[in-house]
Write a protein that binds this ligand. Structure first.
Ligand SMILES: Nc1ncnc2c1ncn2[C@@H]1O[C@H](COP(=O)(O)OP(=O)(O)OP(=O)(O)O)[C@@H](O)[C@H]1O
Ligand SMILES: [Mg+2]
Length: 239
């Protein structure tokens, strides 16, 4: 079967500095891919290329055969959750989901409200529905951001260090939410430095280094890798 996401020889430079170098990557439907690697290795840039937030200099990204040229080309199919939550501060928790459903998906108000309630239930925020994002904890804000992304019914969810701005307890709540989603058929890509999260989540791990994928395999194979660079990276992370 054709891969859902096909990355063919993409390169990207910023100000003359190469950040991604001829990356090739196929992601199958339903796969749970984790991307790890040193800071500045190009992880965020890579996943931003998957939903058109970043334009590639050369090479192509296709999703289900459709060329990703801008966020518009994959609108509604790819959801993304960032380290920063990017919520609408002036909308209530409920309306953070209801409004985009009405404007983007053209869902009627009552249906949108029903869908929003059920999503809030799923991320355990039903009781907070009338609060404003500013009054939520970091973990709650991130779970709302996840619920809002899910409301668009994407086939693919991208997470860029979704728990790195949270303390361990709140990070765990968000992790549980992502873990729960990971049991679904959704295709997911997660950038994270948190190895317990990677371990619980990933069916496949990429190690990105200086814009090149230097490892592509299972979590166990990563841990057992004899590559010096990977072992040094793991020691630093686990210390
Ligand atoms: N918009 C931009 N303009 C200029 N340089 C950029 C831009 N975005 C990224 N870079 C540079 O590209 C390189 C890779 O950045 P990227 O954010 O992809 O790294 P990363 O692996 O996600 O790092 P981290 O783990 O710190 O998040 C870095 O050197 C960064 O400074
Ligand atoms: Mg990053």
């Amino acid at each position: 079967m054709d891969p859902l996401i096909r990355v063919e020889n993409i390169s990207k430079s910023f100000g003359g500095t190469p950040v991604l170098k001829e990356i090739r990557l196929d992601i199958r439907r339903g796969e749970k891919l984790a991307v790890i690697g040193p800071s500045g290795s190009g992880k965020s840039t890579l996943i931003r290329c998957l939903n058109g937030l970043e334009n590639v200099d050369s090479g192509t990204v296709t999703i289900d055969g459709i060329l990703v040229e801008s966020t518009r080309s994959v609108a509604g199919r790819v959801g993304m959750v960032f380290q920063q939550f990017n919520l609408f501060p002036h909308y209530s928790v409920l309306n953070n989901i209801v409004r985009p459903l009405m404007t983007v998906k053209k869902v009627g108000r009552d249906d949108a409200a029903a869908m929003a309630r059920s999503l809030l239930e799923k991320v355990r925020l039903a009781e907070q529905k009338d609060q404003y994002p500013g009054t939520l904890s970091g973990g709650q804000q991130q779970r709302l951001a996840i619920a809002r992304s899910l409301s668009m019914a994407p086939d693919i969810m991208l997470f860029d260090e979704p728990t790195s701005s949270l303390d361990p307890e709140l990070a765990f709540e968000v992790f549980e939410t992502i873990q729960h989603l990971a049991s679904s058929r959704m295709t997911m890509v997660l950038v994270s430095h948190q190895m317990n999260m990677v371990k619980g989540f990933a069916t496949r791990v990429l190690f990105l280094e200086k814009g090149i994928i230097s490892f592509d395999g299972s979590f166990d194979a990563l841990i057992g890798s004899s590559d010096d660079r990977i072992q040094r990276f793991l020691r630093k992370i686990y210390q």
